[in-house]
Design a protein around this ligand. Structure first.
Ligand code: FES
Length: 141
């Protein structure tokens, strides 16, 4: 079996929604201290819906594929739904990732959450800070 699914290869080679949104409503930047990869996520929110979403990553192929898939999954969804996006859902949508690459999908999940947090902060929307605690597990650090 190939190490990477066709979907991972597709999103790595043709990543969707790459770039920057100049007038973004929320920007999240996260990094993984171990591998040194960095991801930045931009969201544009209209009536509580993620109208547009773009990302930039200085990261590995799996980071590119997972962030690409994450943008596809949250576009058109409500901000609350985007917040529920788990790295597991992203991995499933990509038909899996090798175990050593799961932490890359965590980066995508965290980038989405960081962008939503920034949106909440900028708009004075209250939230439960606990929901935004960055995962501390050994895979993420
Ligand atoms: Fe760092 Fe993939 S190796 S995000």
């Amino acid at each position: 079996m190939a190490l990477y699914s066709d979907k991972v290869m597709d999103h790595f080679q043709n990543p969707r929604n790459v770039g920057k949104i100049d007038d973004a409503d929320g920007v999240g930047e996260v990094g993984n201290a171990k591998c040194g990869d960095i991801m930045r996520m931009y969201i544009k929110v209209e009536d509580g819906i993620i109208a547009d979403c773009k990302f930039n990553t200085f990261g590995c192929g799996s980071a590119i594929a997972t962030s690409s898939m994450a943008t596809e999954l949250i576009k058109g969804k409500s901000v609350e739904e985007a917040l529920q996006l788990s790295n597991k859902a992203v991995v499933e949508a990509l038909d899996g990732l090798p175990p050593a690459k799961i932490h890359c999908s965590v980066l995508a999940e965290q980038a989405v959450r960081a962008a939503v947090k920034d949106y909440y902060d900028k708009n004075g929307i209250e939230y439960n800070a606990e929901e935004f605690q960055i995962c501390d597990c050994e895979h993420c650090h």
